[in-house]
Design a protein around this ligand. Structure first.
Ligand code: NAP
Length: 249
């Protein structure tokens, strides 16, 4: 139980990658708080991990601030909540751009700004930012998402310099396609747009990886947990790509 006595906040911990990370942290002994919008999902995960759920819409700064006011001490912050919508440039509205940048880049920054000083004061902390391989590479029709995830990687690297001598580490995980609701939505969108079956659309996404498969949420959780260990304190400011080698193609 290497994380006994530590308190973790996992944003978007009600399903998908966030749920897998919440479970992994709890198995390692951490007290886990999950936040997001869907109370039903959050309550189910909180019950599974013996933790707490806080309802918060991270697209709404007041709601984020209310969550931060009630969350209490946080030793491990996992900035995981995110959305991915794709559109060609001319169909990327101001609203779409602002929404993705707000949730995928600004909210993680604002949450880190609120919680990292406490970690610094206590001399121990972990920030794990769930970015994407779109944070280190470009993909078609995803200008807003790529920009937001690049921003997340950028603030990870910059903060790593500021935090280097504090006992707090910050890193970004950059998965390729992970088999969650987000990937399922992408498969349905591609199938509808290209008039192919969902199975064919899924194969298109799987073929982006030389391993010809999607990553499982538990694989991302495994690395997140590793980063929270004491022996990972030298891993700092890194972007760890978990995509089966997709980025190499
Ligand atoms: P998911 O299953 O769609 O989960 C997204 C999570 O974010 C949900 O828990 C959702 O909870 C929460 N969320 C969305 N909007 C929110 C809001 N306004 N306020 C608070 N929480 C919100 O997706 P996932 O695949 O697990 O994605 C998790 C992270 O991994 C995201 O940052 C995503 O960009 C990144 N990622 C995913 C993939 C992939 O292929 N799946 C690949 C690379 C990176 P509520 O809806 O209840 O609010």
């Amino acid at each position: 139980m290497q994380l006994e006595g530590k308190r973790a906040l996992v944003t978007g911990g009600g399903r998908g990658i966030g749920q897998a990370i919440a479970q992994a942290l709890a198995r390692a002994g951490a007290q886990v708080v999950v936040c997001g919008r869907s109370v039903r999902d959050l309550s189910a995960v909180a019950a599974q991990v013996g933790g707490t759920a806080i309802e918060a819409d991270l697209l709404d700064r007041k709601s984020t601030d209310a969550m931060l006011a009630t969350v209490g001490r946080v030793d491990i912050l996992v900035n995981n909540a995110g959305i991915a919508e794709s559109a060609p440039l001319e169909k990327t509205s101001d609203e779409l751009w602002d929404r993705i940048i707000e949730l995928d880049a600004t909210a993680p920054f604002r949450i880190a700004r609120a919680l990292v000083p406490g970690m610094v004061e206590r001399g121990w902390g972990r920030v794990v930012n769930i970015a994407s391989n779109a944070g280190v590479s470009g993909y078609g029709y995803t200008a807003a998402y790529c920009a937001a995830k690049h921003a997340m990687v950028g603030f990870t690297r910059a903060l790593a310099i500021d935090l280097a001598r504090t006992g707090v580490t910050i890193n970004a995980l950059c998965p390729g396609w992970v088999e969650t609701a987000m990937a399922k939505e992408a498969v349905s969108r591609i199938a509808a747009k290209t008039k192919r079956s969902e199975a064919e659309a899924k194969q298109t996404l799987e073929a982006m990886s030389p391993q010809r498969r999607m990553i499982q949420p538990q694989e991302v959780a495994h690395t997140a947990l590793m980063l929270c260990s004491d022996d990972a304190r030298g891993i700092h400011g890194q972007t760890i790509i978990i995509d089966g080698g997709a980025i190499l193609k």
